[in-house]
Design a protein around this ligand. Structure first.
Ligand code: SF4
Length: 73
């Protein structure tokens, strides 16, 4: 299953993704963006969020299973 991932190392908390696609991207404690666990993600809206992210820090992970959004380092 593919799943959107936010690279929190580069996220500037501009909130664009949350405004575009609140069912997928959620702001937690005003400190980081979380990707909500869904069975299926709305590809078009997530794609819009990817296009609008000023930091290019949202991407699809094609092999994602149960991880939450986070950087991979
Ligand atoms: S659009 Fe990008 S930079 Fe802005 S809050 Fe979302 S992930 Fe962070």
């Amino acid at each position: 299953m593919k799943r959107p991932v936010v690279d929190l190392r580069h996220c500037k908390m501009c909130m664009a993704c949350v405004e575009i696609c609140p069912e997928v991207f959620r702001c937690v404690d005003d400190s980081y963006i979380e990707v909500v666990d869904l069975e299926i993600y709305p590809e078009k809206l997530v794609g819009e969020a990817i296009d609008c992210c000023p930091c290019d820090c949202i991407y699809w992970d094609e092999n994602e299973s149960q991880r939450t959004s986070s950087s991979e380092l």
